[in-house]
Design a protein around this ligand. Structure first.
Ligand code: C2E
Ligand code: CA
Ligand code: CA
Ligand code: CA
Length: 279
């Protein structure tokens, strides 16, 4: 039988501490938010470093809460993940992001790629492939313009199953990126075992470039590793011109960060693209 969150809470209430109550309330609100489509995607531009042209965007989830306003993903994704609600939210995000990317193409005449973050639960969902296929079909977005971002830990959890999922996604034609690269615990050997196209250097390494010698060495090494494996290398969290200059100098392909553009809601993102094209 399907359990009702509210009834459960009433039943267990006396024994529950405050934190657990809050979590149950939040889970209820998340379910309600799915029903009322209270989620939004904000889009952050990805720029080709050599040409300075916008080449795509990453879709970043937000929750438009009736009382608390815009809530960042860090505050609700962990619970959405634990409760499994992330699967429905993620499916919505996938569809919405693909539709957005295709609409920019129609509006601006320039094809842009769209990167969507996958959660661990979504990555393990047996229906993932079908959901990706449906999102592409409904939006009309060509598969090669969709990039799915996954983390090292998601790949290393059950490496054989992960590799099989990734091969199936590749057969659809979508691109796969490793997010937050360098922060996981995996060995480099796995890079050749998984069919990936892109590495995203984690912001923590980009942040102290070029002042920190160690971080500069790490960032430079990731760029050269990615390039020698034939992968596209993206630097995330680029905030300063000197970071961007360093990345350009070392041949990093793509930059993303506040220097190039903050995540913006869809309408403002299109405005930003228009202004950049006019400039
Ligand atoms: P992420 O995938 O590593 O996304 C990058 C985060 O860095 C985003 O935070 C972005 O707003 C922020 N950021 C971008 N440029 C800069 C910069 O120059 N400086 C600084 N300080 N920060 C920058 P956000 O939007 O709060 O997202 C946090 C995390 O939530 C994401 O990290 C991702 O792991 C997760 N997330 C976001 N959207 C989704 C989604 O649709 N599904 C899933 N499963 N996870 C998502
Ligand atoms: Ca990401
Ligand atoms: Ca990232
Ligand atoms: Ca990150």
């Amino acid at each position: 039988a399907k359990k009702n969150g509210r009834n459960q809470m009433a039943f267990f209430s006396p024994a529950l501490d405050h934190a657990a109550q809050t979590r149950l309330q939040l889970a209820d609100q998340l379910r309600e938010a799915i029903r009322t489509e209270a989620f939004e995607l904000h889009y952050q531009v990805k720029v080709d470093i050599a040409s300075g042209q916008a080449m795509g965007a990453e879709a970043l989830l937000r929750w438009r809460h009736p009382v608390q306003g815009l809530i960042p993903p860090a505050e609700f994704i962990p619970l959405a993940e634990e409760t499994g609600l992330i699967v429905a939210i993620g499916e919505w995000a996938l569809q919405t992001a693909c539709m957005a990317a295709e609409s920019w193409h129609r509006c601006l005449g320039t094809p842009l790629s769209i990167a969507v973050n996958l959660s661990a639960k979504q990555f393990q969902d047996a229906a993932l492939l079908e959901k990706v296929r449906t999102a592409l079909l409904h939006s009309g977005l060509p598969a090669h313009r969709l990039e799915l971002e996954i983390t090292e830990s998601m790949m290393m959890h059950k490496p054989d199953e992960a590799a099989a999922t990734m091969r199936a996604l590749r057969q659809l034609g979508v691109h796969l990126a490793i997010d937050d690269f360098g922060t996981g615990y995996s060995s480099l050997g796995y890079l050749s075992r998984f069919p990936i196209q892109c590495l995203k250097i984690d912001r923590s390494f980009v942040q102290n470039v070029p002042d920190s010698e160690t971080d500069s060495t790490i960032a430079r090494s990731i760029v050269s590793l990615g390039k020698s494996l034939g992968l596209t290398v993206v630097a995330e969290g680029v905030e300063t011109q000197s970071q961007l200059d360093f990345l350009r100098q070392h041949g990093c392909h793509i930059a993303q960060g506040y220097l190039l553009g903050r995540p913006l809601e869809a309408a403002r993102f299109i405005e930003q693209l228009r202004q950049q094209e006019a400039a």
